[in-house]
Ligand binder design. Sequence first.
Ligand code: PMP
Length: 443
Amino acid sequence: MPKTESSAWLARDAAAVWHPFTQHSRWLDDEPTVVERAEGPWLYDIDGNKYLDGVSSLWVTTFGHREPAIDAAIRDQLGRLDHATFLGATHRPGIELAEELLATAPRGDRALGKVFYAGDGSSAVEAALKMAYQYSVQTGRAKPLFVRLAQAYHGDTLGSVSVGGIDLFHATYKPLLLKTVEAPSPADFDRRATGEAEAAAEAAAGLEKVMAEHGEEVCAIILEPMVQAAAGILTYDAAYLAAARRIADRHGALLICDEVAVGVGRTGRMWASEHAGIVPDLLIAAKGLTAGYLPLSAVLTTDEVYEAFLGAPAEARTFFHGHTYTANPLCAAAALANLRLMRERSLVEHAEKLGDRLGVLLAPLAEREAVTDIRRLGVMAAVDVADKGERAGVAVCRAAKKRGVWLRPLGNSVVLMPPLALRDEEAELLVGALDEAIAEVYA
Ligand code: PMP
């Protein structure tokens, strides 16, 4: 294929499209990839170049692209039912997926017993926030305040922005947002100086202080369990999560675990909450849920929360919330096939081993002067590179692309989130290309 294919499509793109999180004055400078097809962990551009998908198409693929069993499940569903509303009707894939999800849910001092569907991560966060507030209203007293963590990211709709803590993304919208109070993030404390356990203890003390002051008004604490992903894969100690669970209970607030990025095997456990042995009151799943095929998210809730919404219709305790495409059967079929296949092929166990392997491969990079920190939990990792004028992370990713690996940074953090089913030789290619890319950019 002629080399001009990409440039022709990019010109048409620039003339017609507005991309997310993109400064369009610079869009074409970064030579965006025109993806034509994909298979397993590989992306192919329209000029026929092949790249390892090092960030799982923004953290979503589990097995990789076009896994035959998932393709077949979607086709099979398409042969029977494309879409039906979930308002006043139901369908097999929606029911079976809820059962399958609940069967995987973390277990402990409470049980997640119901599944509420939404469309993507942000819309599930919205649903969880509204549920938490309405729960407070219907169990005694309206508590209009949410506790959020510094550096948190929960999505881009206004409710989810309200509980975010990344100024670059969120500060502009402050006048529009819900009432929240910020608690420190475990990442605010220098874990390398004091150790992760100490950072967790300091952040937990900070959360306790916030709750001591505002707890009466707080309906829920929302957090990303184990890793603040969009802030730069900021990992923290499980002790913080366990403390947050205890503090929420002590103050009568719900704990919302946003597992959009960390759930569905990504951290080497099915759910990141498992690392701390806790069960949230509301667990949010999205991204990897459909194996990266289609948009679908879910809020898993305890029966206690669910039951607070029961009553005679006239009492209006109903959760008046839902989207047109909620539980779309094609999306549900993809997710169901993904979860079943994950179980059959022990994908979570594979992810844990793959994560360890990535850790071994990444360790020598820490010796490079340009590498300022490496963080990893399971199959999510970040390699921080030193400031180098403008956009060092972008420069490293461009150099990696020349070596056949597609990456996307978060500032100066180069993110590695390959498909969970990645093979050993592919992991070596991924880290090898990154290592060489850093060497090139900092030569
Ligand atoms: N929560 C977390 C923790 C996320 O990382 C993201 C997306 N990266 C979201 C919510 C929002 O999900 P979506 O982009 O599907 O709306």
